[in-house]
Design a protein around this ligand. Structure first.
Ligand SMILES: [Zn+2]
Length: 319
């Protein structure tokens, strides 16, 4: 979900936001044996409806798993337009899990395709389709996964550059570091501090790096395996059971072991080892990228697709 404070502001500003308006049009987007049904509410202009569908379809296709399917067999996407004080092109997104799973996206009336394409919200919400409902204790896992994936998947799909994705990920980490220390991550629950989102994202980055370094794997491949064996989008799964299932898919004890460390932590996790492996260093408000071949290959493998030789990464990645 996009931040609750934003959602509340949008709801107050937008009496037409809830899902009671009739469906005007729909498109079925298929990937392998899975499909997303995209519905547009209350938009009369056919060209605008088509543009919104194209935008949502492009964002959805960014979340196709390595096996060529979406995480869930079927899910719905509903798009409505709103007026909002929030300047974002997509002031509010939410993933609902009732009888089925539905992603709701609320778009500013004047937002054009370029502005929508540059926004992260749709890919963030679609990334939530790869995990079950994890409750308040697992909220940092859920929001962390979507926050990591919103950057990785957008870069892999060409919706942003790899460099921009690394910078945005690091900017999120900085917001998390500045916010909410003193309470365990697990107990922060539904409080929408930046630490919930970005300490969670740090967990998933660490999992991705360790899978690539030690197991010739990747987070995308593990999520793909989990989707095929185990994922039920409307099930309520304890976070411990979710990470144990990921370990079974990966053939590791990594997810559960580090889950316990992160859940109990009262401060933001250290990024030093991961940054060193990736060859990234903070430089003012931005990042510098090393030209070390192993680090560059690791960055390319994560943000650009799995093109780098595993042996180079395994040999040179520190930690
Ligand atoms: Zn979210």
């Amino acid at each position: 979900m996009r931040r609750a404070a934003v959602a509340l502001a949008v709801l107050l500003a937008s009496p037409s936001a809830p899902a009671a308006t009739p469906v005007d049009d729909a498109r079925l987007v298929q990937a392998g044996d899975t499909a997303l049904r995209i519905e547009i509410d209350g938009v009369a202009d056919p060209a605008r409806r088509a543009m919104l569908m194209d935008w949502a379809e492009e964002a959805a296709r960014a979340t196709v798993l390595p096996s060529g399917r979406f995480p869930l067999t079927s899910a719905r996407v509903r798009i409505a337009e709103i007026d909002s004080r929030d300047p974002s092109p997509v002031p509010w997104g939410q993933t609902r899990r009732d009888d089925d799973v539905a992603v709701l996206l609320f778009v500013r009336r004047e937002a054009d395709r370029a502005a929508l394409r540059a926004d992260w919200t749709a890919v963030h919400e679609f990334a939530h389709l790869a995990h079950p409902f994890l409750g308040d204790r697992g909220r940092w896992l859920a929001e962390g996964l979507a926050s990591y994936q919103q950057n990785v998947l957008r870069a892999r799909a060409g919706l942003t550059t790899p460099e921009d994705a690394w910078r945005k990920l690091d900017a999120g980490f900085r917001r998390g570091e500045a916010n909410g220390a003193g309470t365990t991550l697990e107990r922060l629950g539904r409080r929408s501090t930046m630490r919930v989102y970005w300490a969670g994202a740090a967990y998933w980055r660490e999992m991705d790096l360790r899978l690539r370094r030690d197991h010739h794997g990747s987070l995308q491949a593990v999520l793909d395996g989990y989707a095929r064996c185990c994922l039920d989008g409307t099930a309520h799964v304890a976070p411990e059971d979710f990470v144990a299932a990921l370990d079974r898919v990966a053939g590791t004890d990594l997810f559960a072991r580090r889950y316990r460390d992160y859940a109990a932590a009262t401060t933001f996790p250290s990024l030093a080892d991961g940054d060193a492996a990736l060859g990234i260093a903070r430089d003012g408000d931005g990042l510098r990228f090393s030209d070390d071949p192993a680090a560059a290959a690791l960055r390319a493998a994560i943000m650009g697709g799995d093109v780098a030789p595993v042996s180079a990464r395994a040999r040179r990645s520190p930690r």
